[in-house]
Design a protein around this ligand. Sequence first.
Ligand code: CA
Length: 463
Amino acid sequence: MSARPNIVFVMTDDHAAHAIGAYGSRVNETPHIDRIAADGMRFDNTFCTNALCSPSRATILTGTYSHINGVTTLDTPFDSRMPTFPGLLREEGYQTALFGKWHLGHGGLADPRGFDEWAVVPGQGEYHDPEFIHPDGRRTHAGYVTDITTDMSLDWLDRRDRERPFCLLVHHKAPHRPWEPDEKHAHLYPDGSIPEPSTLRDDYATRTEAARAATMRILDDLDDVDLKQPVPEGLTRDEELSWKYQRYMSDYLRCVASVDDNVGRVLDYLDQHGLTEDTIVVYTSDQGFFLGDHGWYDKRFMYEESLRMPFAVRYPAVVDPGTTCEEIVTNVDFAQTFLDLAGVPDLPPMQGRSFAPLLRGERPEDWPTSMYYRYWMHDDGFHHLRAHYGVRTDRYKLIYYYNRGYGLPGTSDRVFEPEWEMFDLEDDPQELNNVFADPAYADVRAELRAELDRVQRAALDQP
Ligand code: CA
């Protein structure tokens, strides 16, 4: 293996694993993303520690939990003076670049740092003819944002110094809301053709008030901008749900199709330039997403669909093709893994652990068997998702809705009675049956409460 591998980190925004062929998608095909998994390793239990755009991005860059890097909500600023994996690689001679979505603020200490070159969309960015912020000012670029982000990335690769390794971050805006596809994909996934998930009509029985209070229901909360067409007249409520689901998913999957095409362009470029062998290629998303699961779009909850991140990695020198990994890793671990693979020391306050051994097919005996999660953006004005933290093991999940915002930016000052949920993921993988109060689970519940305390302390967090 090369002592100084190149890194191409492709991250999309809100692309759930269950809309990727390699993860067994029932709703679409992604032949190019699947190439990464087929030529490398697919991680099946990669989880985010706070399922929200800005917090996950800060965590990935810094290898720290939200309460350490300070980006707990969408409205908390990022201080880019914190050590990041691209910044540390750059100090050790790597060429570094970032193109696409940043979403960690703009100006002053929030601007990207640690990159030789960067161009990012302001905030969420636009799909068509997007404006980009460059270090020397803002410019509008004609075309479709996913193509443009890839164009910038390949152009930078063309101009790089061939004598030094590189770390390239390709951060696509897609497929984030409001899901505006490229015209050339408009024929794909026509309305009516997409299978519905079995939990589309979830009634939240046995779940907490937190699940019922969330305003991210396909039936009630998608707006005219999301739907892009008027709802046909004369539909029953149930027919309206099906119609809106199709409308939402058609556009979402078309946006994913453009991402997949552009992943193919990057892989082809690496092949054509003899870079495949010495380059680590990762495909991931900042969190998962509800694709009609539980009747929802969006993310934020600790439920499986939003908690799980797709994570496929190809590195022919180290990773056997067509392999999978069931071990639990989190987005806190990414930074130290890249540094480890590049032979660059990490720095405090990084809190993760390199999973390079897992890539080599080795499982360290003391590899973690649980993970800590915390969603801080309590009762925000859009989705009214309540603050919670929890622990997930290989079989169980315990969630504590503590239901207060602690005055953090982006939270409301409403406080609700705390609630608990617990799921047996083996018996109930769809998390429909809250067993927290079930006497048959008393022992498990006690163990999970102790484990939650342990992982919370280990992460240097507190209730
Ligand atoms: Ca996101």
